[in-house]
Design a protein around this ligand. Structure first.
Ligand SMILES: [Zn+2]
Length: 729
């Protein structure tokens, strides 16, 4: 009944002939419903003679956990029979439900996938278990279907990791990338180096709020935890029984502050520092000297036997070269090996690990920075800074796992509502994850063959506990698994209705704290038909509903106005009211001479919509320019009187965004910069006083700095200019 009541509660989808809709996600290659139901009372009787005892045990445990279904062996007259096939597509399976259920499979993993699909087909009512009569044929498109879990920034217990694995298995993921070490905590027992966990697993404080919030405050509670090698084996076995391979990540040479807190002699300076309590990138990394390399190889010697899979992740990302440049030991390694610079030194460092892992029968995988300075011969690349790293690696004949931030970073926001919990930034809603293709459209066929698949990344700086982890993971992980498993995806609206109709009840039964942001309407501001702005309630993507106009606000010289939005009770939309800065340019036309970057172009209305951009910025509500100067005109419908101009820019050096410094304004001279006011601003908001009437146009030039100063994140690059409201009074 739960399925049905959910369906009504949302009231979003028309009642289709339920039997015709395939409830399985990720969507199988073939689903052919026939008439009727296969019904049995309570226990599902299986013939285990064609499966291994391990599979039988896994099936029994998993059916009970996932759908509260009892399974018993009964060879004489079973309801479910298994048939092992040879010479069929890798990991393919089929299910035939008629007067009996027949599962045909090619590999043990595929038999488990078939089992999961069967569970997803089941419904229970009044002690009766039923399945729609149908034929399913299915196989995965990509072989690497992963989720990444960072247990360093926040620690998750053995049981929490197992629950994470159980949920992954229900959506046919097969890879858990376990991020075990970072600046804020070392989480795996290494017997030869006990201080790694005695010291490195514990930090004295943790930064509160967003790390850009000023002034910074810290929670002074000691925080940490780690897994013993026995616990690691337990988790790896548990995952293995659900056909999930665990890929451990031991970060090097960067993100090493926890390890260096325990063993400072393996840094460049040798200076003792605590385990870091702030998020970010830190200058102190492993030194590239021989002792440090041997130390890390010793660590790997203990890690390798715990993980039966082929891949070992060695990180390689975000390693500033500040210390290496000044370190005599690092410089000596550069000289002795005929290297040109510190990027080649990182390549050398990773190369040593590659050789070590290859020697030990393992494969190295690392973040796309391992391309810089030359890619090590056997390395697989995990492309996170967009698709570029993956494309470059594939073109060189290396295997690739895609996880571009645009689609695969589940630590980003998934809704625009002010009620979304604090996240690191960025915006990756459900529909964007669903449209993801690990093979970018401009990749040639030869390169595409090197793309193993993709994964969703859960960095946990802003994910302090299991409830928040599940909120960020689901339902986005289901969209991702569909993008990776299903060769042919349903249109997004059909995916959404299948998700709501059949899977929200599963997630509810499992008490998963999943997000419903993908169903919430958004409050959007549009240009009004008669000038000014119009505030609309726009239904979520994929729902068959029309936008509704809530308010009209005309340009005026008044200041802030709080606008109550006409929203029905209990709709869960936030905010219930908006603060609109009423000014004379509200809804005015904007003509850009410098176009915003397509990455941060939310439309020109953004800067005259009466609303200030959010902080910390979420990758939206601002216009971003990849340029050190920006020029545009504000054009009015009829001439106005102008006394004051306020231009809001953003200053967030951690994100390479620097506020504008100088400006130049002209009135009624379209596209021309020699005007009535120019000057220098020391704050994010530029305030200009003028006095003129009959103004039809205002031309604005603003200038930032051309290079990020040294010592700052992104030093030497051109910073971004971010612009929001231009208030005219
Ligand atoms: Zn060094």
């Amino acid at each position: 009944m739960l399925k049905f009541s959910f369906f009504l509660a949302f009231g979003l989808f028309s009642l289709l002939a339920t039997a015709q809709v395939c409830p399985i996600l990720p969507t199988p290659a073939v689903y052919q419903p026939t008439n009727g139901q296969f019904v049995c009372s309570g226990t599902l009787l299986i013939d285990p003679s064609e499966i291994t005892p391990d599979l039988k045990a896994a099936f029994t445990d998993y059916a009970l956990w996932a759908n509260n279904i009892q399974v018993s062996p009964f060879v004489q007259n079973p309801m479910v029979q298994f048939k092992k096939l040879t010479n069929v597509k890798q990991d393919s399976y089929s299910i035939n439900i008629a007067d009996r259920i027949t599962i045909s499979y090619s590999s043990e993993a595929s038999c488990f996938y078939a089992w999961v699909s069967l569970l997803q087909l089941s419904t229970q009512q009044d002690g009766q278990l039923s399945f729609p009569k149908c034929f399913v044929k299915d196989y995965p498109e990509f072989q690497w279907r992963g989720l990444h879990l960072d247990v360093s920034r926040h620690f998750f217990t053995v049981n929490e990791v197992k629950r994470f694995i159980d949920l992954m298995a229900y959506y046919k993921f097969n890879t858990l990338h376990w991020h075990l070490t970072d600046d804020q905590g070392w989480r795996i027992e290494i017997k030869k180096y006990p201080l790694l966990t005695q010291v490195g697993a514990w930090r004295d404080s943790t930064v509160e709020n967003h790390y850009t919030t000023q002034p910074r405050t810290y929670n002074k509670t000691r925080y940490g935890g780690f897994y013993t090698q026995e616990e690691v084996k337990d988790i790896v076995n548990y995952a293995g029984a659900r056909f999930i391979n665990v890929v451990p990540e031991i970060e090097m040479p960067g993100h090493a502050r926890a390890a260096l807190a325990a063993y400072p002699q393996y840094s460049c300076t040798g200076q003792a520092q605590g385990v870091e309590g702030l998020w970010g990138i830190f200058d102190d990394i492993f030194c590239a000297k021989e002792e440090s390399i041997l130390f890390l190889q010793d660590v790997l010697k203990e890690v390798l036997p715990l993980f039966p899979g082929a891949y070992i992740h060695v990180g390689g990302d975000e390693a500033p070269k500040t210390r290496w440049k000044e370190c005599p030991n690092c410089q000596a390694v550069i000289k002795a090996n005929g290297l040109h610079d510190e990027h080649e030194l990182q390549s050398y460092f990773i190369g040593r690990m590659d050789a070590f892992l290859t020697q030990n029968g393992k494969k190295l995988i690392g973040w796309d920075e391992i391309l810089e300075g030359g890619l090590s011969p056997n390395a697989t690349v995990m492309s996170w800074r967009g698709y570029e790293g993956g494309k470059a690696a594939a073109a060189q004949g290396h295997y690739v796992v895609m996880c571009p931030g645009s689609h695969c970073y589940f630590d980003h926001y998934q809704g625009r509502g002010a009620d979304e919990p604090l996240a690191i930034g960025g915006y990756t809603p459900l529909d964007r994850v669903y449209e993801f293709n690990p093979i970018p459209s401009d990749m040639d066929v030869a390169s595409a063959a090197y793309v193993l698949g993709a994964q969703g990344n859960l960095w946990t700086e802003y994910i302090p506990d299991m409830a928040q982890l599940e909120y960020m993971t689901y339902p986005r992980a289901i969209a991702l698994s569909t993008a990776l498993w299903s060769e042919t995806k349903l249109p997004y609206d059909q995916f959404l209705s299948t998700l709501v109709q059949f899977h929200f009840s599963f997630l509810n039964n499992q008490k998963v704290n999943f997000s419903k942001a993908a169903l919430k309407p958004e409050i959007k501001t549009m240009r009004g038909k008669n000038g000014g702005i119009e505030i609309q309630k726009v239904p979520a993507k994929g729902l068959d509903k029309q936008p509704e106009v809530l308010n009209n606000i005309s340009p005026a010289k008044k200041k802030t106005k709080v606008v109550g939005l006409k929203i029905e009770q209990g709709s869960g939309i936030a905010p219930k009211q908006l603060e609109v800065i009423q000014h004379k340019a509200l809804g005015a036309q904007i003509v850009f001479q410098t176009p915003p970057s397509p990455k941060y172009d939310n439309g020109s209305l953004t800067i005259v919509d009466g609303q200030l951009g959010a902080r910390p910025w979420k990758g939206n509500e601002w216009l971003g320019f990849e340029s050190d100067s920006v020029s545009f005109d504000i054009v009015f419908d009829k001439p106005i009187k102008v006394k004051e101009i306020r231009i809001h820019t953003l200053h967030d050096p951690n994100s390479w965004i620097w506020a504008a410094q100088t400006y130049n304004i002209a009135l009624n001279k379209f596209g021309c910069g020699n005007g009535i006011a120019d000057g220098y601003s020391t704050s994010e908001t530029i305030e200009i006083t003028v006095k003129d009437k009959n103004v039809k146009q205002i031309h604005v030039n603003i200038y930032g700095i051309s290079k990020i100063p040294s010592g700052q994140p992104g030093a030497g690059n051109t910073p971004w200019l971010f612009l929001d409201e231009i208030e005219i009074r």
